[in-house]
Design a protein around this ligand. Sequence first.
Ligand code: FES
Ligand code: FES
Length: 161
Amino acid sequence: MRVNVTVNGEPKQADDVWEGESLLFLLRERLGLPGSKNACEQGECGSCTVYLDDTPVCSCLVAAGQVQDREVRTVEGLAEGDRLDPVQEAFVEAGAVQCGFCTPGLVVAAHDLLGRVPRPSDPEIREALAGNLCRCTGYEKILDAVRLAAARKADTEGATR
Ligand code: FES
Ligand code: FES
């Protein structure tokens, strides 16, 4: 089948897509977007998280055919040109990355959280990231990164008011 989908604001087309193929495979192998990671391929780890029509999903659990004429935003689409999103910057600055395999999914999940809850409490952060597993860092630096991103965003928004 042919799939037409908007990815990170750009219309994309893929041909000869197998019906059982995942959105994750489509993104990584056909559309050249390797940011979303394939760790478990069964919805357990969150490393493949992307937005589908503004809702975070595990792209390994979404069939490629389901995204026909819809919008997908991946971790690559959060930056604006060369400028990283504040969540991406905060992960770097807080040292919340070791092997980096879980990071794209965590960044998308944290980005979604801060879009809904600008100043989340620690329990809210833990709850929002509960579906994203990291095997390297422990979670304290990841929490630091989300707290830092929330503070940065609040400062930026305060400054522009
Ligand atoms: S690769 Fe999709 S949830 Fe683990
Ligand atoms: S940094 Fe390696 S799995 Fe999270």
